[in-house]
Design a protein around this ligand. Structure first.
Ligand code: ADP
Length: 506
């Protein structure tokens, strides 16, 4: 009888493996960091073999720590850093270039060229995305240009492209399976999220041969088996999703209107919008909102595709890092909580952490950070509190966009990520949204999501209803502020944001 599902959580800086029990509890975990390569300013690359080796080490480590044999593992689920691009030789399984990481800006000029050809609207309509170096397609183009003869080899079907999920799947199955699923495919800029296929027009514009692309399967189901040479026995691979979508699934946001926010360096907020790619308030199906949110595929289960709206905040936990490392107001990130609680409010101080400009709904690259409302009575604690509050205000800004674009109310926000441990922040978030905030007992929701997709794929869990009980016991933060006070605070935040805008001179 199998007792566990293993999640492989391949992140930007480390590869982790977690063994989940049937009740969602964690039996063991292991993780290993791997090197980051910065060949030029703004470029970020990973060695795909270092990713694979660190991931394999973590998987073996988790089994060893739990003293579990591979034949007790029902399935493997994979979740991964999204968009990062690998191209490898099908014959040898060797990469032909380092992986180009999602953060890397090295394809900005390819993006400029696509824009100059007037492709922005087509890209939006077909993929739900904006033309940006962040997504995979221009990274594929870069590798095909950078390596001699690669274009011809790709056309002959000798090369394979994959996001990190495909790459790990290819390695685990000994080269037998070259596949991905829609949550990852929808981040490539060449996947048509309405037709559920690679998009011939965009492939043509980018000169990317179909012969190098993975097959797109359901997110939960059969992806082949990991060979016994890796973990000691064959294990079915039965679930895959990109990290943010896996977190959405792990949080149980499986119905339209349910949303999660991950509070890390930045924030990633995703709301399930159901089987519609997103119906705008005018009733027309559009793929991108006027506020610049992205439409993405959440997952595909049993052939049924669900979508999500995604918005991000660039600087969230990073504002707390800045308090600690930049100006030394606190010693540890968690000290921010006691500091904020030691005062009843910010004394009218607002901190706008527009360190790298502002995203949705402002889209102002020239905004810069500001602290306003300082008086003779302002103390360190007021500023720390204002920094924490800014995370909640920025989240409300994104929630306002999501509400407007989806026409769905947001009554509950499920939370995870490092800064979600901060009780003050979670209470203030509930207050400023006027919505309940729910924090699950296990914050490892990304890995849990991948495990759930895999466990569902092999019948370890029988259906979604059974999954609802996994991870029960969330901590609730109920909104306590009255409406007038909440809206007055938020209105002042908007005024503070205005002070930070359009600052950097061109
Ligand atoms: P990432 O995955 O982006 O590296 P994590 O989910 O590990 O982020 O969260 C780390 C971030 O959360 C850091 O930016 C840190 O400043 C912030 N953080 C961690 N603990 C707290 C806390 N108790 N209160 C506020 N912020 C915190």
């Amino acid at each position: 009888m199998t007792r566990f599902v293993m999640a492989l959580d391949q992140g930007t800086t480390s590869s982790r493996a977690i063994l989940f029990e049937r009740d969602g509890g964690i039996a063991a975990e292991d993780s290993h960091e791997f090197p980051q390569h910065f060949p030029k300013p703004g470029w970020v690359e990973h060695d795909p073999l270092e990713i694979w080796e660190s991931q394999l080490r973590a998987a073996r480590g988790a089994l060893a720590k739990a003293r579990v044999e591979a034949d007790e593992v029902a399935a493997i689920g994979i979740t991964n850093q999204r968009e990062t691009t690998v191209v490898w030789d099908r014959a040898t399984g060797d990469p032909i270039h380092r992986a180009i990481v999602w953060q890397s800006r090295q394809t900005a000029t390819i993006c400029d060229e696509l824009r100059s050809r007037g492709l922005e609207d087509e890209v939006r309509k077909r993929t739900g995305l904006v033309i940006d170096a962040y997504f995979s397609a221009t990274k594929i183009r870069f590798i095909l240009d950078a390596v001699d003869g690669a274009q011809q080899r790709a056309e002959r079907g000798e090369l394979a492209f994959g996001t990190i999920d495909s790459w790990l799947l290819y390695k685990l199955t000994g080269g037998r399976v070259h596949a991905t699923e829609p949550s990852n495919a929808s981040r490539t800029l060449i996947y048509n999220i309405h037709e559920h296929d690679w998009d011939d027009l965009l492939l043509g514009e980018l000169g990317i041969p179909r012969a190098m692309l993975p097959e797109v399967r359901d997110s939960s189901g059969n992806f082949g088996v990991a060979g016994s040479e890796w973990l000691g026995a064959e294990i079915p691979i039965a679930g895959i999703a990109g990290d943010q979508q896996a977190a959405l699934f792990g949080q149980g946001c499986t119905k339209p209107g349910l949303a999660k926010n991950t509070y890390g360096t930045g924030c990633f907020l995703l709301m399930n919008t159901g089987e519609d790619a997103h119906v705008s308030s005018s009733g027309l199906i559009t793929t991108i909102s006027s506020s610049g949110l992205i439409t993405t595929i959440a997952w595909s289960i049993g052939g049924r595709v669900e979508y999500a709206l995604e918005g991000s905040v660039f600087v969230a936990g990073a504002a707390i890092q800045w308090l600690r490392d930049g100006i030394g107001l606190i010693e540890h990130a968690r000290d921010s909580e006691a500091s904020a609680q030691s005062v009843t409010d910010t004394g009218g101080v607002y901190l706008v952490p527009a360190f790298v400009g502002l995203g949705a709904p402002y889209w102002d690259e020239r905004a810069r950070g500001a602290i306003v409302g300082i008086t003779r009575g302002t103390t360190r604690d007021h500023i720390v509190r204002a920094a924490l509050e800014s995370i909640a205000y920025q989240t409300r800004d994104v929630v306002e966009c999501v509400r407007a674009d989806s026409g769905l109310e947001l009554d509950v926000l499920r939370v995870d990520g490092g800064a979600a441990e901060n009780d003050f922040l979670m209470q203030f978030q509930a207050d400023i949204l006027g919505a309940r905030v729910e924090r699950p007992p296990v914050l490892e929701v990304t890995a849990l999501g991948a495990a759930l997709l895999a466990g569902l794929g092999v019948g370890f869990w029988s259906d979604r209803a059974e999954l609802e009980s996994v991870g029960e016991g969330a901590q609730l933060f109920e909104p306590k502020l009255d409406t007038d006070r909440r809206e007055a605070l938020y209105a002042s935040w908007k005024r503070a944001v205005e002070r930070s805008r359009n600052w950097e001179e061109v």
